[in-house]
Design a protein around this ligand. Sequence first.
Ligand code: 4YB
Length: 471
Amino acid sequence: IKPAFQMWPWQYWAKHRPTEVAIALGDANAGAVTWNWIEVTANIEKYAQRLVAQGVKRDQLVAVVAPNSIDVLWLLLAIIRVGARYVGLNPKLPLNALTEQLTALNNDYIWCDNSDLAAELTGKTLSLIPEVTSERLIPVMWQEHRPVSLTLTSGSTGLPKAVVHNAQSHLASARGLLKQMTFTADDSWLLSLPLFHISGLAIVWRWLYRGASIVVVAPELQQQALQWVTHASLVPTQLQRFLDSDYAQQHQLQQVLLGGATIPVSLTTAAQQVGIECWSGYGMTEMASTITAKRANSSAGVGTVLPYRELILRDGEICVRGNVLCLGYYRNKTIFSLLGCDDDDDWFATKDLGEWHDDELFIRGRADNMFISGGENVQPEDIEQVLLQHPAVNQVIVLPMTDQEFGARPVAILTTSEPLDDHLMDQLASYMSQHVAPYKRPIRYIALPEKFTQNVKISRADLAQWLAIQE
Ligand code: 4YB
């Protein structure tokens, strides 16, 4: 794969699209603050000088603990500019989890938008404010193979892994997706997912790859801001909420890339009806976001493999490789390979289960979610997919509940479009008895507490912990 840029991407666009809007803070058509590519380049340089003045050096690790904001975006770009590495952490995590993750990362610097929190965390605190009087030349060149980011991704157990990517894999990810999905230099992509998750970072790299504009808004304006942009990346619940809101009545949103969890066909159909073209994707942190995608249609599959990615099934397990694959996992200041011990095998085994039907990939769930009920193997995602086809079900997670007789039995935890009362529960139970074998029928239907729907994706582990303490 040949390099996408011979210079810093923003520098390239400052040459080729100098006065086009590159960043908008708010609604670009209604008095938002905007920066063109020349201004973006100058601003990155300014923030980079501030980092250098505080001692940040190439190859160092800067942790950022904050929700999305324009400051976080400048910081990310400036960190890359000085040759350091960016790692974002979810600011909503409890203090002990943040501390544990930072200790494992052994970061050199930290930036928080909240100074109380910063005081509690490890690493030298950075400030974005100081004006730098004596500017120094920053002797770092654009090199696509240099590691630029660490992205935390949690498996089902243990500490999250820190996935290292260089600029090349991020750009290959953008390039391959944009060979299929239309995103022109005149379009705008909302920064609609967190920069501490791969889905948020991928938005930045598509923007840089295309020289288009990125729209940043305060978290409370996210819903409304979907009206102001042509493109957005959303998890299914975000799209559901937008469609349920009044904002969906009038918008210029053309294309939405969906991913991160099972995408209900009913959702993409409803979006299509208000003029939003949906793309259904399957992706993961290790592969720099989207791996397969398609224009949403009447099938629940996730389409075909994008350029710069390869995918095979081995005994039903999805294995991947390609230019977008990360450099490895970061531990003790070292990058460890994510591949197994066999040197001849360069496929990354994902633990996701898949099937091909008519050349399209279907995700069947994760191997480690499977449980046994009365001697039968139960794949929770199978049950979820049937429930999602019920018109009243918006979102559902199926978990095992310990059972004297069966070892474990499935329970469904869900959000619904009407109140989850006895009547609806009876309806769901009778619907399931018509569609699945007895051992796959949930023994209880429980409403999903609001607090679990705030993150990019629902953590099955957190939800299982909560379920264990319910009577
Ligand atoms: C799925 C799944 C699917 C992932 N069905 N299980 O830019 C994007 O691609 C994007 C756009 C909108 C929303 C999200 C994204 C993402 O990047 C998602 C990437 C992601 O979720 N990465 S992750 O490391 O946090 O989790 C990966 C796991 O998520 C996979 O291994 C699957 O288990 C699951 N998943 N897409 C069913 N369409």
